[in-house]
Design a protein around this ligand. Structure first.
Ligand SMILES: NC(=O)c1ccc[n+]([C@@H]2O[C@H](COP(=O)([O-])OP(=O)(O)OC[C@H]3O[C@@H](n4cnc5c(N)ncnc54)[C@H](O)[C@@H]3O)[C@@H](O)[C@H]2O)c1
Length: 328
């Protein structure tokens, strides 16, 4: 069995490869060629925690995977991650577990890559400016994904926590310097979004994190954070201005995300306003952007197929390059 740490994964796998892996995952999902049962959630009330198990199977890749991603909010006081995760990769021909991958990093990669895939397929080709709202655990890969698919001159970043915002901007300007994109701390979310061609929101907020009336025409917005019915980081105003609304999985989004459930419930939008899943665009079944003026929204909550395809591609490369720790 091959053990793959974050460092091992970074040695063999780039963000561009993660974007291609997610596109393949969305295509496989839309073709109905992945088995992704609803995740199992066992609560541990004594510790305010929950154990979450996300299984998946893709026959055409001869592999299965399960991501264990637990939520233990009190870990922050113990200096431990609040959502520790691992991915187990299983050989589909023998049932043998062949690899354990750092699940926190696989999640960050595939979640950033979902926005990357959406921007690659749906955003204006000449996009030059980005905006990122939220600078927590998922933010770095969201930022890199934007830079990986469009030649951006700058990305303005905003977070309610000024200390975290400034530290993030400083670190990203160093780590992602090779892209040649300036990362700038914005003074407000209005400042971040006003001139942006690409916008990512990645917060657990229960109230909109930007003013949807202020984004410019032609923008593509990827909303990543909300995954519970009360969570709403997307301003519904943008849904009424958008000419197209896409999802990673419309069923998954409608089972959990307030970003879409709340405006559906209050009648701001109806299901007739939905355009379709990104995988269907990749399969040529659904139209993508038709002109440079359209406002486009993509909502993602994450599907197990992304974990499986990303983990399998990383494992294949690590095996070929002799990277990782063997455990027998
Ligand atoms: N779509 C997916 O596949 C997927 C995958 C993983 C995580 N998530 C979700 O993404 C969200 C972010 O995850 P994370 O690990 O980065 O969270 P985090 O808690 O590490 O960071 C969230 C950041 O958002 C900031 N924030 C909150 N409200 C804000 C507001 N109104 N304006 C500006 N900034 C604000 C906070 O200050 C914090 O810095 C969570 O809700 C998480 O569950 C989604």
């Amino acid at each position: 069995m091959l053990l793959l740490s974050k460092g091992d994964i970074q040695k063999v796998f780039t963000m561009k490869e993660a974007v291609e892996a997610d596109k393949e995952a969305f295509r496989i999902f839309s073709e109905g060629k992945s088995v992704v049962p609803l995740r199992t959630n066992i609560s541990a009330p004594k510790h305010d925690g929950a154990f979450l198990f996300m299984p998946s199977y893709v026959e055409e890749m001869e592999c299965s995977a399960i991501k264990i991603v637990n939520v233990f909010p009190k870990n922050i006081d113990k200096g431990l991650p609040t959502t520790p995760a691992q991915v187990l990769l299983i050989d589909g021909t023998t049932g043998v577990v062949v690899s354990v991958l750092d699940g926190t990093y696989v999640t960050q990669l595939r979640t950033g890559a979902a926005s990357g895939a959406a921007f690659d397929v749906l955003a204006r080709k000449d996009a030059k400016k980005g905006a990122l709202i939220g600078t927590g655990g998922q933010a770095a890969t969201q930022l890199e994904a934007m830079m990986a698919v469009r030649d951006l001159s700058e990305v303005k970043v905003y977070d309610l926590n000024a200390e975290r915002l400034n530290a993030f901007v400083e670190q990203m300007n160093k780590e992602l310097a090779a892209y040649g994109t300036k990362v700038i701390a914005a003074e407000s979310s209005d400042d971040a979004i006003e001139d942006a061609d690409l916008v990512v929101t990645v917060t657990p907020s229960s109230r909109p994190v930007f003013d949807g009336t202020k984004v410019k025409k032609g923008v593509t917005v990827s909303c990543v954070g909300s995954y519970q019915p009360h969570m709403q980081e997307m301003d519904p105003a943008i849904l009424t201005r958008a000419s197209k609304i896409y999802f990673d999985s419309v069923d998954a989004v409608l089972s959990e995300a307030g970003d879409i459930l709340i405006p559906l419930e209050d009648g701001t939008i109806t299901k007739d306003d939905f355009t379709g899943d990104l995988g269907d665009v990749l399969l040529g079944k659904v139209t993508a952007r038709e002109n440079d003026e359209e406002i486009i929204v993509f909502k993602t909550v994450g599907i197990g197929t992304q974990d499986l395809v990303t983990a399998k591609k990383i494992y294949d490369k690590a095996l070929a390059q002799g990277v990782g720790t063997n455990w027998n």
